[in-house]
Design a protein around this ligand. Structure first.
Ligand SMILES: Nc1nc2c(c(=O)[nH]1)N[C@H]1C(S)=C(S)[C@@H](COP(=O)(O)O)O[C@H]1N2
Ligand SMILES: [Mo]
Length: 197
């Protein structure tokens, strides 16, 4: 099913709002912190050896472009969460990147079946402009949630804006409900309306 009000294009448009960071893969770690029993960090080779998901899913940028049939490989965030022992009161997940970019998603979405830390795309490791070495990917959420050059996954009780959320973009960003901006709720008819509190 095509995503509502999106136009399909053949290749990604690359964004780096805060610039492309330098990555030293020997020093790079993915840290899982916050409302967890045992914070952990993973090296790149550890994560590569843990890859347990491979699927084909579309990618959707909230500005209106989508890329069809991208092959993704990665590690289920759910599995990382069970290794660190996420506490029940963790309601939000903040993804933080080497460039300082952040995005936020509900813990429920980050722990859903298809939510992964993506390490490979279309049969190859992510390349630098695509967020090497890792980016979260949650197929039913808009692309701005997929923080490239990921370094930290933080579980929190309290909601906090990331980079785009601070500019009015939605707390969750569900593609099928067209949650583009805060206060916008999908009507399931392809149109959206702004809800005024
Ligand atoms: N670190 C970082 N991650 C980011 C962005 C960014 O500017 N910096 N842009 C986001 C947005 S808005 C989109 S649509 C996707 C685009 O992914 P691409 O650059 O691989 O096309 O990355 C997301 N992740
Ligand atoms: Mo985007």
């Amino acid at each position: 099913m095509d995503a509502p009000n999106q136009r399909y294009i053949s290749m990604f448009i690359y964004y780096a709002a805060l610039g492309i960071p330098r990555i030293d893969i020997e020093r790079w770690r993915l840290s899982i912190v916050g409302e967890v029993e045992r914070p952990l960090e993973f090296t790149y080779s550890e994560l590569i050896s843990m890859i347990n998901v491979k699927y084909v899913r579309d990618f959707h940028c909230v500005t209106g472009w989508s890329v069809r049939d991208v092959e993704w490989e990665g590690v289920r965030i759910r599995d990382l969460a069970s290794m660190v022992g996420v506490r029940n009161d963790a309601k939000w997940v903040i993804f933080r990147s080497a460039d300082g970019y952040e995005s936020v998603v509900p813990a429920e979405d980050a722990l859903s079946e298809d939510a992964i830390v993506a390490l490979r795309m279309n049969g190859k490791p992510l390349d630098l402009k695509s967020g090497y070495p890792a980016r979260p990917f949650i197929p039913h959420l808009y692309g701005w949630k997929s923080a490239k050059w990921l370094t930290t996954i933080e579980f929190t009780k309290q909601y906090r804006d990331g980079y785009w959320e601070a500019m009015g973009y939605h707390e969750r960003g569900n593609v099928h409900l067209e949650e583009r901006f805060k206060g916008m709720e999908g009507t399931h008819t392809g149109k959206t309306r702004r809800v005024i509190a």
